[in-house]
Design a protein around this ligand. Structure first.
Ligand SMILES: Nc1ncnc2c1ncn2[C@@H]1O[C@H](COP(=O)(O)OP(=O)(O)OP(=O)(O)O)[C@@H](O)[C@H]1O
Ligand SMILES: [Mg+2]
Length: 238
């Protein structure tokens, strides 16, 4: 029996008759930042979608907080405490920044005061959002949209935050800001984070442990201190 917050055990998944995940075993412990890495098309996003119930699991075990969750609907997994920021961010372009954030408040009941406090905490993490509350989400830069999506996910009060390539297409200064924010969330809030990421230095900076994936399976894993240039060359480079 594992005490991990999230555990995948030999998880397999098919898309359109092709086996895409071929026995993925990984875990995320409470308060840990774990990076799932790998080249394009190896199955990283599919892994996250299986965790969220957006893609069926064929065989294998999936537990969160010690409970099997493979039979739960996506909304129930969110309720259980998994926050998900998909690749490409998925904010509502025609809603304002504030409206986008308020969507994150809908998952759980709270008093108006608690909601205001929770929003203020997000503004403290991402001051740029507070300055843009009335703007439409669609006019924000990629980095601002990423911060908005992370802020919205945090308002669902997750125990585990899942991020799919948060640095993709984002300018370096904002990547650095997002990295600092993730480190702060882990330190202050004890939040566990599962991060799909191809940007190796970002993983080295924010991660505790990493998994490298190739053709639907984990090929190597360990503390990020063991994510050497040789490992990157062998497992992660095209
Ligand atoms: N909706 C789909 N229909 C058909 N094939 C798909 C679909 N989604 C993913 N695949 C295939 O499944 C494999 C894994 O895709 P996935 O999106 O999980 O990869 P990834 O590691 O996240 O890649 P990237 O780094 O490009 O985001 C790829 O070969 C992809 O072509
Ligand atoms: Mg992907």
């Amino acid at each position: 029996m594992s005490s991990a917050l999230l555990q995948l055990n030999r998880v397999e998944a098919d898309i359109g008759g092709s086996r895409i995940l071929r026995g993925v075993t990984l875990e995320v412990n409470a308060g840990e930042v774990v990076c799932l890495m790998g080249r394009n098309g190896v199955g990283k996003t599919t892994t996250l979608r299986v965790i969220m119930g957006l893609r069926a699991l064929r065989t294998g075990e999936l537990t969160f907080n010690g409970q099997p969750i493979a039979g739960l609907a996506t909304a129930e997994r969110a309720h259980a405490g998994i926050g998900y920021v998909p690749q490409g961010r998925d904010i509502f372009p025609h809603l304002t920044v504030e409206e986008n954030l308020r969507v994150g408040l809908l998952l759980r009941k709270r008093t108006r005061t608690a909601a205001r406090d929770d929003l203020e905490r997000v503004y403290a993490l991402f001051p740029v959002l507070k300055a843009m509350l009335a703007r439409k989400g669609g006019v924000l830069s990629g980095g601002q949209q990423q911060q908005l999506a992370i802020g919205r996910a945090l308002l669902t009060q997750p125990k585990l935050l899942i991020l799919d390539e948060p640095t993709e297409g984002i300018q370096p200064s904002i990547i650095e800001e997002i990295g600092e924010t993730l480190k702060r969330l882990r330190l202050n809030g004890g939040l566990a984070i599962l991060l799909v990421e191809q940007y190796v230095d970002f993983c080295r900076g924010v991660g505790d442990r990493f998994y490298a994936m190739d053709r639907g399976a984990i090929t190597i894993s360990g503390p990020v201190s063991t994510l050497t240039d040789d490992v990157v060359r062998e497992h992660l480079q095209v």
